[in-house]
Write a protein that binds this ligand. Sequence first.
Ligand code: AN7
Length: 356
Amino acid sequence: MTTGLLDRYGHLLDLPPHTARVTLLEGGTPLIPTPRLARRMGGGFDLLIKYEGLNPTGSFKDRGMTAAVSEAVGRGAKRVICASTGNTAASAAAYAARAGLGCVVLIPEGKVAAGKLAGARAYGAQVVQIKGSFDDALRLVVEITRRHPIALVNSINPYRIEGQKTAAFEICDDLGAAPDLLCLPVGNAGNITAYWGGFKRYDEVKGSGLPRLLGVQAEGAAPLVLGHPVEKPETVATAIRIGRPARGEEALRAAEESGGRIIAVSDAQILEMQRLLAQEEGIWVEPASAAGLAGLAQEVAAGRLDVRGKRVVAVCTGHGLKDPDIISRATPQPKVIAPTMDALEEIVLQSEERQP
Ligand code: AN7
């Protein structure tokens, strides 16, 4: 039977007894082998994509949200609030709707991808745009939840982290053990923190081992690489356009404990990886979700990471449909022709065939 994550893994998570069950049957996302992409990076290793875009609202946030909203409902909350670069907003809105709670989301004006904003609106959240960054929005929601009885569902909320540990459990269950290396994008740094906690928990109970972690930020929003906050973060990967990660210290500790690192890649590298993954493997992810793989490719090419004979999992955090505008800008406008065979033959026979 299909169950939600709390039914499947709740016994391994640190959730209070009052926690309810609010679920959209999230999780259970596939681990997809991508041999063509691995060959491009030099080959000789297994590369698998944990495709988190296949969660109910199109991102990994649903894992944390089933836990956070379930806990909030259980203790009698009437409303939840979050700051968001988009995916948290859509997820919070959906789970709040599912639970019959009110939901307020605070987003940076003009910097949230179309599919995420549409999601938050469709699920009926009160969407508030602020003239500022995600970091400004987070500061405000933390403050308002201190003053008023509204439940905070950003990843500062410990139950978000608990829920997100389930992705590490699933990977170990699928592979029979932890992978050798896990790469993933880093924004507010909740997810890398959760993965590390999840792998450690599973290692305790199942002896599944621990991976090295490669966390990847965008160059224009790389506080954990620079070693200081970034006042005006900028990147095409708006999901990780974050200058003061709430769990930055934990993320750095997790990377170090694992024997891994947090690095940065350029927007050009992110977009090129997004294109390769879509056009050579058929997996379309939003730009931020390609950052982990772009970081992996960079480190392997530079000889800083030896992956030969290893099993590498790349977490692709959000679906490509979240950010359709980036594709409209990056690919040529589809041609319009007259409805005749001449016109069709002319255009089809012009274009080259691809070699498999
Ligand atoms: C697709 O939605 O912060 O390092 O407000 O949407 O745990 O923050 C999103 C983050 C990676 C980074 N990939 O994860 C938000 C938000 C995607 C994301 C991240 C986000 P964290």
